[in-house]
Write a protein that binds this ligand. Structure first.
Ligand code: NCD
Length: 316
């Protein structure tokens, strides 16, 4: 079963992944080698057409902790430079793999590759590691896990703050969080950065309360989570809009915003941060973004064991 959109899993399946993740964290905290017997025969191809630090690194660590084999691919030294197509490149990377992790700028790429690759390998599982400004479903998995880990529940109030128009992490998170009972506040600092209507409609269709505001300060005291994102310069926010935006804004999570924020809340960010999240916030106990990034390793391990149908402990 591939994981290309958060729609590919039910809420119950997500809860199962959260519990597996918690178990994995416990086991690795005692012994880093505790799970190397789980997937020793599993080969995971990695096809990253866009830059990545956390996602590619954590998939690499996840498969290694499970005793499996990562098969990385370096776009800069590949035959893409000779004109090889995406499809042919994917055929080569996926050869002998059980799982193929794909990051690409084109929305729909993962589904296309799934159709092509299953002709020769019917069991291959495609995992979307970020597709253009569409979805980033493994990020949503680790984001929701981090919320569940911190609050013990998912029906919290989440303020999405930043470039909600072009940020795929915010798109996957609004879908998943709204399904899992969260209230969503969309706080894009400017109109052109607002959450696209299709995602707001999706969330409301799932029964979630969605509030749209351009003033995070006015709602900060009522939020459980501030989830901030960087301006996605490479994804269509036009240069003149960016310059206008940067000139006039006090956009960002700063010590001043933290004073207004719920004392029991948490600050999240998918990272990388640029200048929308002040380093002065790092020492605040509510800053959870590094914990969130580390959870990327354990949630991706849980995903791999479920893809390969090798749960590391029996279902309750
Ligand atoms: C994000 C992405 O690639 O969409 N990074 C990540 O995977 N943690 C966020 C971003 O690039 O802003």
């Amino acid at each position: 079963m591939s994981y290309i959109s958060v729609d590919d899993r039910s809420n119950e399946q997500f809860m199962e992944l959260f519990k597996q993740t918690a178990e994995i964290k416990t086991q690795l905290s005692v012994n880093k080698g505790a799970l190397r017997h789980v997937c020793p025969d599993v080969m995971m191809g990695m096809m990253f057409y866009e830059p990545s630090t956390r996602t590619s690194g954590s998939f690499n660590k996840a498969i290694t902790f499970l005793g499996g084999m990562p098969a990385p691919f370096d776009i800069s030294t590949s035959s893409i430079a000779k004109g090889e197509t995406l499809e042919d490149t994917a055929r080569m990377i996926a050869m002998a793999c059980d799982i193929l992790v794909v990051r690409h700028s084109g929305e729909g790429t993962c589904r296309t590759l799934e159709t092509i690759l299953r002709q020769s390998n019917p069991n291959i599982s495609i995992i979307n590691a970020g597709e253009g400004k569409g979805e980033h479903p493994t990020q949503a998995l680790l984001d929701m896990y981090t919320i569940w880990e911190n609050f013990g529940r998912t029906d919290v109030t989440i303020g999405l703050y930043g470039d909600l128009a072009h940020g795929r992490t915010a798109h996957s998170l609004i879908k998943l969080a709204s399904r899992m009972g969260a209230t969503i506040v969309c706080a894009a600092p400017r109109a052109e950065l607002e959450m696209p209507q299709e995602y707001i409609r999706y969330a409301r269709d799932k029964g979630a309360k969605v509030i749209v505001t351009d003033n995070i300060e006015s709602v900060a005291g009522d939020l459980d989570v501030i989830y901030t994102t960087r301006l996605q310069r490479e994804r269509g926010a036009s240069q003149d809009k960016i310059e206008a935006f940067e000139a006039g804004s006090g956009y960002g999570v700063t010590p001043a915003l933290m004073k207004l924020f719920n004392p029991k809340g948490i600050v999240m960010h998918p990272l990388p941060r640029v200048d929308e999240l002040s380093v002065e916030v790092d020492a605040d106990p509510r800053a959870k973004y590094f914990q969130q990034a580390e959870n990327g390793i354990y949630t991706r391990m849980a995903l791999i064991v479920s893809e390969m149908n090798r749960p590391i402990f029996a279902k309750a």
